[in-house]
Design a protein around this ligand. Structure first.
Ligand code: GYE
Length: 311
C-alpha cells in the first residue's frame, strides 16, 4: 500500500501546487509572450499561479515576494528586473523553505538563495549579434550605435559585453554611441532619433545594435522618419525573435535577430516537479538556446509560427 500511495502522489505532478510569479512588467513583446506562456504552462499542469506585475519596479517585486512568503506558497518564480539588491528578500523566502526559481535574468547574490535559474546565456547572445555584424560588414568601416536594455539588468550588462567581445580587435568597427532605451519600443525610437540628429542625420551611422527587438522596431521607425532605409542605409541587429522583427525582416527593414524562447516556465516547472517528486537538485543554471535568424530564414513563416504560439 505504501508504494501504491507513493506512485499516486508521483502521478499528481504539480497539480494543486500554489506558485507565485513576480513578473517584471510588460515592457516588450517578448515579455508579454513569456507571461502568456507561463500562465498556459501553469494551467496545463494544474498549478494555481499567483501572478504579480511589478510595473518595472524592483520595490514592487520585493513586496510581491514578501506577500507570497506570507501566503505560504509552494514556490516562487521571479524575473528579476535588475541584478542587485535581492539578498534580503530571497533570504526570507529561504528561511520559509520556499524554493525560488529565477526566470530570464540573473542576479548578483549567493547561489544558495535560489534553487535554479532558467535563462539564456546573454553574453553569448551579444556575441552572436556582434559576430553577425562583423561578418556582414567585412572590411568596410562601420560606426555602430547601441540601444541598451534597462540599466542594471543582467541582459543589458551581458549583451553589451558579448557584443563588445565580438568587435574586439576589429579596427573597422566602432561603437560611437550607446544609451539605454529601457527595452521599450518608444524609448528605442526616441534614443535613436537623438543618435540620428547627433550623427549628421544618420549619414555617419552604419548599424544599430539593440539589446531587444522592441527597441530595434522603434529605431526602424526613427530611421524611416529621418528619410533613410533601415536594413540598407543602416543595418539593424537585435535580440528576442518576436513576430514584429520578422515582419521587418520580411520587408528588408531588419537584418538579424537572436532567438530567446519565451518558455522559461516549462523548464522551471519541470525542475520543481523533479525536486519535489524525487529530490533531484537541478543544475544552478538551465541555459536556453540562442539561435541567429536572418532574412534568409523564412521571416514570414517565422512570423506566423510565433503568432500561432500565442505571441
Ligand atoms: O530580451 C527583453 C525583455 O530579460 C532577457 O527582457 C529578458 C529581456 C528580453 O524586456 O525583451
Amino acid at each position: 500500500l505504501g508504494s501504491l500511495l507513493l506512485s499516486a502522489a508521483w502521478a499528481e505532478g504539480l497539480d494543486g501546487k500554489v506558485i507565485g510569479f513576480s513578473q517584471i512588467g510588460s515592457e516588450s513583446g517578448w515579455r508579454a509572450a513569456e507571461t502568456s506562456v507561463t500562465k498556459a504552462e501553469a494551467e496545463a499542469r494544474g498549478i494555481d499561479l499567483k501572478f504579480a506585475d511589478a510595473q518595472q519596479k524592483q520595490e514592487n517585486q520585493i513586496k510581491a515576494i514578501r506577500g507570497f512568503v506570507a501566503q505560504g506558497v509552494d514556490a516562487i518564480l521571479v524575473a528579476p528586473v535588475v541584478a542587485t539588491g535581492w539578498e534580503e528578500v530571497l533570504t526570507e523566502a529561504k528561511e520559509a523553505n520556499i524554493p525560488v526559481v529565477l526566470l530570464d535574468r540573473g542576479i548578483e547574490a549567493p547561489e544558495d538563495l535560489y534553487l535554479t535559474s532558467v535563462a539564456s546565456d546573454q553574453v553569448v547572445e551579444g556575441r552572436v549579434a556582434g559576430e553577425w555584424l562583423v561578418a556582414a560588414v567585412g572590411d568596410k568601416p562601420c560606426n555602430v550605435v547601441e540601444l541598451q536594455g534597462t540599466v542594471g539588468s543582467s541582459p543589458a550588462i551581458n549583451r553589451k559585453q558579448g557584443f563588445e567581445e565580438a568587435l574586439a580587435g576589429k579596427d573597422n568597427l566602432a561603437i560611437i554611441r550607446s544609451q539605454t532605451g529601457d527595452f521599450t519600443r518608444s524609448k528605442g525610437k526616441e534614443v535613436m532619433e537623438g543618435f540620428l540628429k547627433a550623427e549628421g542625420g544618420g549619414a555617419n551611422i552604419c548599424a544599430v545594435y539593440a539589446h531587444n527587438d522592441d527597441m530595434a522596431v522603434g529605431a526602424i521607425q526613427a530611421i524611416k522618419d529621418a528619410g533613410l532605409k533601415p536594413g540598407a542605409d543602416i543595418l539593424v541587429v537585435s535580440i528576442d525573435a518576436v513576430p514584429d522583427i520578422f515582419s521587418a525582416m520580411a520587408t528588408g527593414e531588419a537584418n538579424a535577430t537572436v532567438e530567446l524562447t519565451p518558455n522559461m516556465a516549462g523548464p522551471a516547472f519541470d525542475a520543481l516537479q523533479a525536486y519535489w517528486d524525487a529530490g533531484t537538485v537541478p543544475p544552478k543554471f538551465i541555459i536556453t538556446e540562442s539561435k541567429l535568424y536572418t532574412p534568409t530564414d523564412d521571416p514570414q513563416g517565422e512570423y506566423e509560427r510565433r503568432k500561432d504560439l500565442g505571441y
